[in-house]
Design a protein around this ligand. Structure first.
Ligand SMILES: Nc1ncnc2c1ncn2[C@@H]1O[C@H](COP(=O)(O)OP(=O)(O)OP(=O)(O)O)[C@@H](O)[C@H]1O
Length: 322
């Protein structure tokens, strides 16, 4: 069964087309990722699907309810985690959960049990009486997700679940999301982290400037990059100012700077690529250190599908609520 059906969904803000006629389906029980750089329309898409923003054109069905007429019914069965928390700093973790339980119409007799159950599931049992304002970022994020699950929804929307978290907190949150997936919850998440999309999602829609430019499983997307050779070159010194010139010399390939001294080259005739790299390194005295041929990653697929450098995805964004 399908949890979401989106057809030609469009949102304009004046002259700006933030979401441009996108179509996709989300199957029940899957984790579906909307992956794209800043401003590609991920949050706007979610806002439309949860009834916070009215589409300019197109249709969408959420849990069988048409967005234009039945969103109130659908809302009872969906949970929404905005990219910045909607909980109260001055209330304790438990009080926040009980407050949300009231908002979502959880029967009074069940609220305490449900709050305890979620605190336990999210590893926050010992912190139930602490004020939300005293929590670390990772704990805040975990409790915000717990609060969105208080009414036991069938479908969860997660906007940028790990943005702003340190590596350890992000890892523990990803494992929580995997647990929710294992328990059969359907999840739609937005992210601009390729690695996160790769690890968490059953399928991914890549959004660029409001359009879906690719949609498949992470493996399917990687396979699409498979026909292309991927070569990683390490120079002895920074090529930061020079790599666009290498890019010019290899018009049939995607050339991306990974770090100052490392570039990744996707596509093109391998022998020609190697020749150019040697000559370029010699000409600019870059001291070639290593050349490796790689199995394609989701990053390579992303470069191939979007023509964008993955570094555009690495930028942090300012928090804004769903
Ligand atoms: N309320 C609004 N009024 C005008 N323009 C808006 C509004 N909301 C979003 N936009 C614009 O729509 C485009 C898509 O924004 P959106 O927030 O959906 O992107 P995003 O992919 O979620 O980006 P990010 O990763 O930065 O959150 C952007 O150009 C943004 O400036």
């Amino acid at each position: 069964m399908r949890s979401i059906e989106v057809r030609g969904l469009t949102k304009r803000f004046g002259d700006l087309v933030a979401v441009d006629g996108i179509s996709f389906d989300v199957e029940e029980g899957e984790v579906f990722g909307l992956l794209g750089p800043n401003g590609s329309g991920k949050t706007t898409t979610i806002r439309m699907l949860v009834g916070l923003s009215r589409p300019t054109a197109g249709t969408a069905k959420v849990l069988g309810y048409d967005l234009s007429s039945g969103i109130v019914e659908a809302k009872r069965r969906i949970g929404v985690v905005p990219d910045s928390s909607n909980l109260y700093e001055e209330l304790t973790a438990r009080e926040n959960l009980l407050f949300m339980a009231g908002l979502y119409g959880v029967p009074k007799a069940d609220r305490e049990d449900r709050a305890e159950e979620l605190l336990r599931a999210f590893g926050l049992s010992g912190r139930g009486d602490d004020r939300f304002g005293t929590f670390s970022r990772g704990m805040k994020r975990a409790l915000t997700i717990a609060a969105a699950l208080i009414h036991d929804p069938h479908l969860l929307f997660l906007d940028e679940p790990t943005v702003g978290l340190d590596v350890v907190a992000a890892r523990s949150l990803r494992s929580l999301i995997s647990d929710l997936h294992d328990r059969g919850l359907t999840i739609v998440l937005t992210t601009h982290y390729l690695e996160e999309a790769d690890h968490l999602c059953d399928r991914i829609a890549i959004l660029v400037r409001g359009k879906v430019v690719g949609i498949d499983t992470p493996e399917g997307l990687k396979r699409s990059a498979d026909e292309e050779p991927v070569i990683e070159v390490t120079f002895g010194r920074s090529a930061f100012d020079l790599w666009p010139r290498l890019s010019e010399r290899l018009p049939g390939s995607g050339v991306v700077l990974l770090e100052g001294s490392r570039v990744r080259i996707t596509g093109g005739d391998p022998s020609r690529v190697l020749e150019e790299v040697f000559e370029f390194s010699r000409g600019h005295n870059l001291g070639l250190r290593a050349i490796n041929s790689l199995t394609p990653s989701l990053e390579d697929a992303f470069v191939r599908i979007t023509g964008l450098s993955p570094t555009v995805m690495a930028k942090e964004k300012g928090g804004k609520g769903v």
